[in-house]
Ligand binder design. Structure first.
Ligand SMILES: [Zn+2]
Length: 300
């Protein structure tokens, strides 16, 4: 499946600002693991195009794997479970922001993965449901945490229920059809409700600084928005931007060190030994400025 149209405006005149780095990254990532939430494939990507008409930046999803939906269905990522504590801190911080704008009620989390965000929301009184394509992750959310989760892509989700809040954490950049996905969500958000999503933005200082070396150019990320294309996406799908903020993330020091595996086993071993000596392995750091923003949008 070659890309010849812009997924936002349908434009056919494309330029190639970020050529493929796949050959360089082959050694670093095991086949299939590029779809994991904990993927090591930072900065490793196929050709990334830009639409000359609207400036949308995007790439072909998984040129070698073919069926992307099938890849997500098969994802198993036990390493993610070890991040529960730090993910929960990040999610509670986001819920503080959501509850400043919206009364607690019914919430749908799209791409809920193992259900850690649902767990945080339920603790605060939200009535929650999830949608998740990975069978492994959906089963974890259902069986270990007791959530009502639809296992499949959001395009196949059907319900009569509408929601006060719909959330999508780090999901939008994975979908090849963002207009279709937000059009679907527009049906499920109540007129006075809120759509909340986090994704990276090419207009952030860090993305501008890194340029073509921006680490979030990854094989599993297919669309890369900027301020203008995000606005276009919301206009097209019946939303207006209410507010946005730079997303801060809690990260365990030990997890950051494990990312060094990309550079071989030795740097990771040295860093692990050093952090144990200094007993910082379990320390939590808050990272901002990674180029990810959280957007609050209202239905028009
Ligand atoms: Zn375009």
């Amino acid at each position: 499946m070659a890309i010849d149209n812009c997924p936002l405006c349908g434009g056919t005149e494309l330029e190639l600002p970020y050529p493929s780095t796949l050959a360089k990254g082959k050694k670093a990532i095991a086949a299939g693991s590029q779809y994991h939430c904990t993927s090591l494939g930072l900065g490793i990507h196929p050709d990334i195009f830009r639409c000359t008409a609207c400036s949308m930046v995007f790439n072909e999803a998984a040129p070698e794997c073919g069926d992307v939906a099938g890849q997500y269905a098969q994802v198993e990522d036990p390493e993610y479970l070890a991040q529960r504590e730090s993910r929960r801190l990040t999610f509670h911080r986001e819920l503080d922001a959501i509850e400043a704008e919206q009364r607690i009620g019914d919430l749908l989390d799209v791409g809920c993965y193992t259900g850690f965000f649902l767990e945080c929301a339920r603790e605060r009184g939200w009535n929650v449901r999830g949608v998740e394509p990975s069978r492994w992750a959906a089963d974890y959310a259902r069986n270990e945490l007791g959530f009502d989760v639809f296992n499949g892509p959001v395009e196949q989700y059907r319900s009569d229920q509408t929601f006060d809040v719909i959330t999508m954490w780090d999901v939008l950049e994975h979908v090849p059809n963002p207009v279709e996905v937000l059009t679907i969500l527009r049906r499920y958000v109540r007129p006075d409700g809120l759509l909340v999503f986090a994704t990276h933005n090419l207009d952030t200082a860090v993305a501008r600084l890194f340029g073509r070396h921006f680490p979030l150019f990854m094989e599993m990320h297919t669309v890369h928005f900027n301020n203008r294309t995000l606005q276009m996406l919301l206009d097209k799908t019946g939303f207006r931007l209410d507010r946005k903020h730079n997303q801060k993330r809690a990260v365990r020091v030990g997890y950051l060190i494990s990312r060094l595996r990309r550079f071989g086993a030795t740097p990771e071993r040295i860093a692990t030994a050093a952090s144990r000596l200094m007993s910082v392995e379990d320390r939590i750091l808050w990272t901002g400025m990674v180029g990810v923003e959280t957007y609050f949008a209202r239905p028009v």
